[in-house]
Structure formats: structure tokens, C-alpha cells
Write a protein that binds this ligand. Structure first.
Ligand code: NZQ
Ligand code: ZN
Length: 385
């Protein structure tokens, strides 16, 4: 196991009725920006619960953060926050709203051009405090320090990480997710699954806790993903999906182990070009990346095959092939299509274009060993045809 320093400062309030806990989390004299998406929180009653918990506090509202939150939209929230001297951000929604809130919290006190936080890794030395009410289990943003921001005007999608951007608190009430469409439930389970693999499917470092935790999260998602779609109002299924998605990327299973993240890097380019849902881009990339990287991931692929899918018979390559097909089958069991040909918006030449875009910003040595070159990216995406 590699050395690590582990600290996750986010306080979680989990379960029915927990939105009321906002009242104990936010100072009475706080000047709060309530950041939200396109209106789902008004339709499902979450907004009313949040307003009740906020009571007489001073609250400014900013709705309209889109899926794959857009820089230009968020800069309007930054301007409002500066004008109104906001000192707390409360994000209410899915991963896009939470990520958007992290960016706003970093950009408001930032001196200089806020785009540099994303494009140039400009250091973030101070941030507004942030709390969240999560309504879509998927990203882990409710308990991690990452944010992924799109800028449609220039077809970019970039991430930033800062230890300061962990939410101070997050509220996870599984009932708030009952109003999700089947497509968003599937996206959430599929995204969380890939988060685990990005931190697990690398090479062994004898990290038994991280490996066994990762395998259990994968098995839970395989089990409850399709069941949640079939029984959308089942509280226990939903509660387990929410908690599994948090654990998939709350940074715990990633401590002391190598990490990959190439599937995500490639997937973000596909979203930037075509607007395809984040989780769907992962389903297109992941099985083919496993195939192309089978030599360097061999030991973990075999461990994954045996422990997660119970594949014990046949040659090593046959077992790996079966594990890759099972992985594709998991996404398809959620109704997520895994081939470019099933996404009519994707143009020919995309494989070379994505490889070139990554290379042009220096992302030419991806993966846990830095051996995933633009040539391999192109190969992966050609296999996804
Ligand atoms: O905008 P509203 O009206 O709220 O509707 C949203 C949106 O249209 C809707 N929704 C959310 N909760 C709902 C609901 N509809 C009904 N009932 C509810 N309870 O769902 C739609 C999608 O929401 P979004 O927030 O975009 O989805 P998700 O949580 O999957 O977030 C995706 C974004 O997170 C980034 C992705 O790249 C993408 O931009 N990621 C963030 C990560 C992180 N911070 O660690 C890691 C991930 O790998 C990922 O990259
Ligand atoms: Zn993801």
C-alpha cells in the first residue's frame, strides 16, 4: 500500500426528513446563495423543505445551472454573490449543481481570471463555505473535492480539485431521488460503477481494505441498479444506491492505491463534443479501455473477474474477455447503450479528434502507469464503433 493522509471533512446527514438539519448547519446571520438546476427541486417538494429549514435567514436564489454546468451560467452566479456579499453557498440538486457550487465558491473570492482555476490549475487559496442537498446519487460530489465544469462556448469540459472544496455538510435523503427519471437513475448507477473501477482496476498494491470495499460496492451496484429501476419507490433500494454512490467516490477507496481516470478523461471529451450524458460516455469507453489495457491491468482484471463476477474457469484471456462482456452487460442491464453506433449524433472521425484534443492539452500519458497514449485512445474509441 502506498502512503497516504486521509481526511474527509464532510458531515453527512442521511435519511428521511434530514433536510431539516440545515437549520443547525447554517449560521443564523449567514448570507446564503441557494444554487439550483432547472426546477426539479420545485416539482418534487425539495425546495419547500429547504425553504422551511432556512427559516428567516437571508437567502438569494440562483436557478438554471444546467446538466454539465456551464461556466458562463456560473459566472452570473459569481456576479450575484459578489454583489450581495454572499458568505455561504447551499447547492440543492444533482452533481452538476454541486460541482457548479464548488466553482462559484472558489471563483467569488478568486483574484484574477476564474477560468484559470480550470484551464491552468491556478491555486485556490480560499473558498466560501459550501453545504449541499443531493438529489441524484452518482458523482460523489457531495463528499469529495472535485468539480467538473463545461464551457460550451469553446467546447471544453475541465475539472478542478481543491482540499477546500469538500462540502462542510451534505444532506442525503433517499426520498428526494424518487422523482428521478429511469435515465437519471441508470446514469447514477453507471457513473458510480465506473468511479470504483477507476480506483480499483489498476495494479495490485496489497491494499486489502480498499480492494474488498471496492468489490463490495461493485457487487451492490450490479445487484441493486436494475432492481431500483424496476421498483422506483422502494426506499431501501434507493437508500443503498445513494450510499453506494457516495462511497464510490468519497475518496476512501482511493487512498493508498494507484488510480486510472482515463475513462473519465476520454468521456469528458465526448460530452464536450456531443453533450452525451456523462455516464453514457463512460459506458462507451470503459469496456474497450479494459480490452486495450488488458496487459498492464491483467492481475486486477483477473481479480475483478473472480471476485466480482465469479468467473473461475478458462484461460486468463478468456476470463478477462468474459469480465469485459459482463461489464458491458451491466451497463446494458441499466438500459445504457455502449457503442457509438447507437448514438446517432456521433460523427465519424471522433476517435482521432478526441485523441488529438487530449494530446493538445498535454494529456498524452493517461492511466495509472502513464502508458495510455493518444494512439491507444484512438484505438479504444475505434473499438467502440
Ligand atoms: O436541473 P434539474 O431540474 O435539477 O434536473 C436535473 C438534471 O436535468 C435532474 N435531476 C436531479 N435531481 C433530480 C432530477 N430530476 C428529478 N428528480 C430529482 N431528484 O437530473 C438531470 C441531471 O442532473 P446532473 O446533476 O447533471 O446529473 P449528475 O448528478 O449525474 O451530474 C453529472 C455531472 O457531474 C460531473 C459530470 O461530468 C457531469 O458534469 N461529475 C462530477 C464528479 C465529481 N464532482 O466528483 C465526478 C463525476 O465523474 C462526474 O464527472
Ligand atoms: Zn463520473
Amino acid at each position: 500500500m502506498e502512503n497516504f493522509t486521509y481526511h474527509n471533512p464532510t458531515r453527512i446527514h442521511f435519511g428521511r426528513g434530514q433536510i431539516a438539519a440545515i437549520d443547525n448547519e447554517l449560521p443564523a446571520n449567514a448570507r446564503i446563495l441557494l444554487l439550483a438546476g432547472g426546477g426539479s427541486i420545485k416539482a418534487n417538494g425539495v425546495y419547500d423543505q429547504v425553504k422551511k429549514a432556512l427559516g428567516a435567514r437571508t437567502v438569494f436564489e440562483f436557478f438554471g445551472v444546467e446538466a454539465n454546468p456551464d461556466y458562463d451560467t456560473l459566472m452570473k452566479a459569481v456576479a450575484l454573490s459578489r454583489k450581495e456579499k454572499i458568505d455561504w453557498i447551499l447547492a440543492v440538486g444533482g452533481g452538476s449543481v454541486l460541482d457548479g457550487a464548488k466553482f462559484v465558491a472558489a471563483a467569488v473570492p478568486f483574484v484574477g481570471e476564474p477560468w484559470d482555476i480550470l484551464a491552468k490549475n491556478a491555486p485556490v487559496t480560499t473558498m466560501l463555505p459550501l453545504g449541499t442537498v443531493l438529489t441524484l446519487p452518482a458523482t460523489g460530489s457531495e463528499s469529495n473535492s472535485a468539480a467538473v465544469i463545461s464551457r460550451r462556448a469553446i467546447q471544453e469540459k475541465l475539472a478542478f480539485l481543491s482540499p477546500l472544496s469538500f462540502p462542510r455538510f451534505s444532506i442525503l435523503d433517499p426520498e428526494t431521488t424518487f422523482s428521478l427519471s429511469p435515465r437519471q437513475v441508470a446514469n447514477g448507477a453507471g457513473d458510480a460503477f465506473c468511479h470504483v473501477l477507476e480506483q480499483y482496476l489498476t495494479y495490485p498494491v496489497n491494499a486489502e481494505i480498499q480492494d474488498r470495499f471496492a468489490e463490495s460496492i461493485l457487487k451492490i451496484l450490479i445487484d441493486i441498479g436494475p432492481k431500483t429501476l424496476a421498483k422506483p419507490k422502494d426506499y431501501d433500494l434507493r437508500a443503498n444506491l445513494v450510499w453506494a454512490a457516495t462511497w464510490a467516490l468519497n475518496t476512501a477507496i482511493g487512498q493508498g492505491v494507484p488510480q486510472d481516470w482515463a475513462t473519465h478523461m476520454i468521456g469528458h471529451e465526448i460530452t464536450a463534443l456531443y453533450g452525451i450524458d456523462h455516464a453514457r460516455t463512460l459506458a462507451i469507453v470503459l469496456p474497450n479501455l479494459m480490452n486495450v489495457q488488458r496487459a498492464t491491468k491483467r492481475e486486477k482484471l483477473l481479480q475483478y473477474a473472480e471476485r466480482v463476477w465469479d468467473i473461475r474457469d478458462g484461460s486468463e484471456d478468456a476470463r478477462i474477455d468474459t469480465a469485459i462482456e459482463k461489464t458491458r452487460g451491466f451497463y446494458e442491464s441499466l438500459g445504457i447503450k455502449t457503442r457509438f453506433s447507437e448514438y446517432p449524433e456521433v460523427k465519424s472521425g471522433t476517435a482521432a479528434q478526441v485523441a488529438q484534443r487530449l494530446a493538445s492539452r498535454g494529456a498524452d500519458k493517461l492511466g495509472e502507469r502513464g502508458d495510455l497514449t493518444p494512439t491507444k485512445v484512438e484505438k479504444i474509441l475505434n473499438l467502440a464503433a
